[in-house]
Design a protein around this ligand. Sequence first.
Ligand code: XIL
Length: 302
Amino acid sequence: GTTLGASAAERGRYFGTAIAGSRLSDSQYSTIANREFNMITAENEMKPDATEPNQGQFSFGSGDQIVNWAISNGKRVRGHTLAWYSQQPGWMQRMEGSSLRQAMLNHVTKVVTNYRGKIYAWDVANEAFADGSSGARRDSNLQRTGNDWIEAAFRAARSADPDAKLCYNDYNTDNWSHAKTQAVYRMVQDFKSRGVPIDCVGFQAHFNSGNPVPSNYHTTLQNFADLGVDVQITELDIEGSGSSQADQYRGIVQACQAVSRCTGITVWGVRDSDSWRASGTPLLFNGNGQKKAAYDAVLAQL
Ligand code: XIL
């Protein structure tokens, strides 16, 4: 194929990007996005602060803009994200205990219901594990409602849209030897053994010199897949430039391709100038919309 999405599709996979709704009016941005990618994630517009700004008052306009753009251009959508410690609306940040649990489950139900039939996979729970060597859950108001908050969210999501794949999504889970990776693995193993409805694990894959692409990435993806879930690379960006960056991007594509249940890769933005990273050049297109060496490496590998 001559584009990322078409090339991935030839192998039964997808290649996606995060989209910021406010940038869709930039024709350079929307032209590249439409041409190259066949899976879309809303960068911020489907997060809890965007979709339920006041308790019980849902706001789907910004998310709908992106979902409608994607579907009308023949693309699928990853839903991001339902239950997260961050980017909660203020009212939710101030809640705790059983009222928070109930509000979270209502949020999951209402948002998934609104987008029912339009979402390929939902990031049901995002970033629920702590960094470092503890292997513990991340402390948050959601975690303090009880350790079963994640499985409760997955069950609510399944009820609201039985056809969407339901993912757990996190970062720093790429290196198989890290405690956080092992802890997420054990949770997924437990969910599968008890029939909690989980279908996929998302690996954010935000890489930089302090958090490089691990040499055992393929092992990590394969071990999770062997639990009976799909794996997806959901927010890929790699700090750097030139051939070094290109080699790392190629390695990620190779690792995914080596795992039959690795269903696709999403990069977290289109051009370097669109990246959430304050500085640096972590994406596949430069600020002028030109293809970088990393793009060429990915396309050649797909
Ligand atoms: C980021 C967005 O890119 C930024 O625009 C926003 O200010 C903060 O969130 N992990 C995630 C994503 O799951 O939702 C985050 O996106 C990046 C880290």
